[in-house]
Design a protein around this ligand. Sequence first.
Ligand SMILES: Cc1cc2nc3c(=O)[nH]c(=O)nc-3n(C[C@H](O)[C@H](O)[C@H](O)COP(=O)(O)OP(=O)(O)OC[C@H]3O[C@@H](n4cnc5c(N)ncnc54)[C@H](O)[C@@H]3O)c2cc1C
Length: 288
Amino acid sequence: MIPGAFAYHRPTSVQDAVGLLAQFGDDGRALAGGHSLIPMMKLRLAMPANLVDLAGIAELKGVRAEGGEIIVGAMTTQHDLIASGLLTDKIPILRETSEQIADPQVRYLGTLGGNVANGDPGNDMPAVMMCLDATYQVAGKKGERRIPARQFYQGAYFTALEPGDVLTAVRIPVPAAGHGFAYEKLKRKVGDYATAAAAVVLTLSGGKVASCSIGLTNVGETPLWAQEAATILLGSALDAATVKRAVAAAEAITAPASDARGPAEYRTKMAGVMLTRALARAKSRARG
Ligand SMILES: Cc1cc2nc3c(=O)[nH]c(=O)nc-3n(C[C@H](O)[C@H](O)[C@H](O)COP(=O)(O)OP(=O)(O)OC[C@H]3O[C@@H](n4cnc5c(N)ncnc54)[C@H](O)[C@@H]3O)c2cc1C
C-alpha cells in the first residue's frame, strides 16, 4: 500500500520542529521511527500533508542520570534502551519491556518518544511509564511543560499533546535499590501487540510490601494505572488471598474491546493472570 503525498521536513533543532508543526497545525505530524505512523499512512488512516522528521535533532537522543531521575531523550530507540547499561542497572523493567516489543527490526527504529506519544493502548511503554510515575517533557508554542504519564492518556490515540507539541524527553524517577519488578505480556506470537500485559514495581520491607505500583496494557481505551489494586497489597506478604483481591480490583478497571485477540471477558481475565505472574516475579526479585 502506498501513502498519500506529503512534504518532508528535517529540522535540526527542537525550536524549528515546534515552529514547523505549529505552522502546519492539523496538516503536519512529527515523524520519529515511523513504525506506527507510516503503517497508518499506508492504510490511509493518517494523511498528513507534512511530515516533520525528528531524526536530525541530536539533543533528542540519549539516556542520562540527573538527580534522582533518569532522562531518556524522545528519539532514543527501543534498541538503545536494551543496550543502556545505566537503565539495566537502575530501571531494569525498561529493558524487560523493550525486549517484548515487536522484533529487532522494529526496535532499531522505533523510539521511546513515539511509543508513548502515539496514544495506542496497545503500545507497551505507556503503562510501564504510568507504573514508574514518569513525566513527559514537552516543547510547544508557549514554551516547555511537563505532563505526568498518569495524566497524559485521554482516549485511544488521544493524549494531552496539542498541535505544535514535540515530546522531547521522558523523566523517570529511579526506583529504590533492591526493588522488584516485572513486565508480563501475553501475545499470540512473537512480535505481536499484547492481548493483555501487566507492569509491576514494588519494594519489600521485612518481607511485606512497602510500596507497589501497577500498570496494565491494552485492556482499555488507554493504558491503566491500577492504584486500588496496588493499595490492597500494601503491608501484605503477597499471600494468595490478598493477591486475589488485588487482581479482582485490577480486573474491575479494565474495559477491553473484543477483537482478534479474544473476547473482552477473556482479555480481562488474562490481565489478571499477567498481574498474578508479574507480582510473583517482582516479589522473587525484590530484596528486603
Ligand atoms: C510489526 C510491528 C509490531 C509492533 N509491535 C509492537 C509491540 O508489541 N509493542 C509496542 O509497544 N509497539 C509495537 N509496535 C510499534 C512500535 O513500537 C513503534 O515504533 C512505536 O509505537 C512508535 O514509535 P516510532 O518511533 O516508530 O513513532 P512514529 O511511528 O514515528 O510516530 C508515532 C506517533 O507519535 C507521534 N510522535 C512520535 N514522536 C513524537 C514526539 N517526539 N513528539 C510528539 N509526537 C511524536 C507521531 O506524530 C505519530 O503520531 C510495532 C510496530 C510494528 C511495525
